[in-house]
Design a protein around this ligand. Structure first.
Ligand code: UN1
Length: 512
């Protein structure tokens, strides 16, 4: 594919507007964000940021649009989402290309990310007819009770560089069918993908007369869209993807005003490899989980808990696998490449510091650890790394957003589960075992404490049909599939008296 052609189709220019209320771009006067490709450091485009005045304008549009959108029948809102799904199919290769160019993940994963957007569109279309509540039996005669879900209002959306487009779709498509409107602040590291999305959906919005203000996007740094954004009482719900530290800060502000939040924060995901597992499957999954997306998924495999009987065998096989993967580091557009660049030099520094710290704490590097500072056009390329470590090491307890896998041994399944759970985070987890007692124990209330727990598949690459998110320092939020839609709506319990008496609940007498 040719960059200029892709840019033409995605209507991207050298300098792009960074404030959209759906189909309309607004001139803004904030500073300019330049986007450089992590692949070769080239400037790929610029975006004119929002200013505080632009923010106010967008919020007003969003408020006005909400008044209209919330009363559009949900299946009609779903019809708009269906058409967005069709538009995304049309631009799948172009948008996938741009994700790779701007974020650095390999093209296969860029395409996969767009597919995740398409999938959630399809899911949301069906869900638009299923925003169901319960009917309850009243304890009083001639009374009826039920609960129903109403739209909530403006959803504030903060996304991260690593899934620059899919996480927008998870949230925006569900919010849209729920009758909400979205104000999105994309990562400043990946502003062009956000601009491209709005170019892709613009036609659909226009054709369907969707009011401006339903899908809003503003590129801005946190001095313009920061604490003021999350403190804004006009926004009842925030959905935030980012580090635990960022999430804690944001949640404090939201908590003070008793706003709602869906937090999807750091993970420190482990795979347990049992002595009763299919090792070939385990190794393949672990390598994809630890090395895929250059270790920059929230769900990346960061710890490997290996039964002592198969430890040496697993280490040997992993080293072999890492050696062959390491021959495939490079340009993420090349078909053979499996490991692209990290997002930027700060990420590389974090990688190098973690390797150093692990060694200082007593860890042993079994493979990799190097930064490939001179081999490529940018110093953003690193060698995927295996480190023998202990779970209690400070560095192992932290999430380092890099392709580092810490290996440790266990004797009993109880010990393995304890290690799995023995970190502050609780996003994803897996066990590889062919033993039903072990797998059921891992999935029981005494098993994994994570939001995602898998058997014989890895920690990453979740399907959109499930609710996505995790416990403890991961923040507790759930987005995407299952009944995650409920978080985007307000629940109301209704009791209706169709009799002529006024009996009180709990049998209370109150005569006068
Ligand atoms: C993320 O890294 O924030 O489960 C999202 C996965 C992807 C989504 C990851 N479907 O790995």
């Amino acid at each position: 594919m040719e960059k200029s052609k892709v840019f033409e189709r995605l209507q991207l220019k050298e300098l792009n507007p960074g404030v959209s209320t759906g189909a309309v771009w607004h001139e803004s006067n904030g500073q300019i964000t330049a986007s450089y490709s992590p692949i070769d450091g080239s400037l790929i485009g610029k975006v004119q940021n929002a200013s505080i005045d632009d923010y106010e304008m967008v919020m007003q549009k969003a408020q006005e649009a909400y008044k209209v959108w919330k009363s559009v029948p949900a299946p009609q809102r779903g019809e708009v989402v269906r058409q967005i799904g069709l538009a995304l199919r049309e631009y799948k290769e172009d948008l996938g290309y741009l994700v790779t160019l701007e974020m650095g993940k390999i093209y296969q994963e860029g395409l996969g990310e767009v597919q995740e957007m398409i999938d959630i569109c399809d899911f949301a279309v069906g869900q638009a007819r299923l925003l169901n509540g319960y009917t309850m039996r009243s304890e009083r005669p001639n009374h009826r009770m039920y609960d129903q879900y109403h739209p909530l209002g403006i959803v504030g959306l903060i996304t991260s560089f690593n899934f620059p487009v899919a996480v927008w779709a998870w949230n925006s498509m569900i919010a849209a069918i729920a009758g909400d409107v979205v104000v999105w602040k994309p990562s400043s590291k990946t502003p062009l993908t956000a601009v491209a999305i709005h170019n892709i959906i613009a036609d659909v919005l226009r054709k369907n007369n969707v009011p401006e203000g339903v899908f809003n996007m503003m590129v801005a740094k946190s001095d313009v869209l920061g604490d003021n954004f999350v403190a804004d009482r006009r926004i009842p719900l925030f959905s935030v993807t980012g580090s635990t530290a960022v999430g804690q800060h944001i949640n404090e502000i939201i908590g003070r005003r008793l706003g709602r939040s869906i937090m999807e924060l750091g993970g420190n995901n482990a795979v347990i490899i049992s002595n009763m597992s299919n090792l070939e499957m385990a190794i393949k999954s672990v390598v994809f989980g630890a090395v895929g997306t250059c270790g920059q998924r929230c769900t990346s495999t960061r710890r490997l808990i290996i039964h002592e009987d198969v430890y040496d065998e697993v280490v040997g096989k992993l080293k072999q696998a890492y050696a062959s993967v390491s021959e495939k580091i490079g340009d993420p557009f090349e078909e053979n490449t499996l490991v692209g660049p990290m997002i930027d030099e700060t990420a590389v520094r974090n990688f190098a510091n973690a390797v150093k710290k692990a060694q200082e704490e007593g860890g042993k590097v079994l493979f990799g650890g190097e930064v490939l500072a001179n081999q490529f056009a940018t110093p953003n390329y690193v060698v995927p790394t295996l480190i023998e470590a202990e779970n209690h090491f400070e560095i192992v307890q932290e999430e380092t957003f890099a392709p580092i896998l810490y290996l440790m041994k266990y004797k009993t399944i109880e010990e393995a589960i304890e290690l799995n759970n023995g970190v502050p985070q609780g996003l994803s987890s897996s066990i590889f075992t062919l033993n039903i007692l072990e797998s059921e124990r891992f999935l029981s209330e005494g098993g994994s404490d994570c939001g995602i727990a898998n058997v014989n598949i890895g920690t990453s690459g979740a399907e959109i049909g499930g609710a996505f998110g995790g416990e403890k320092d991961t923040g507790g939020g759930r987005e995407s599939g299952s009944d995650a839609w409920k978080a985007y709506m307000r629940r109301q319990t209704n009791t209706i008296n169709y009799g002529t008496d006024l009996p009180l609940a709990q049998g209370i007498k109150f005569g006068f």
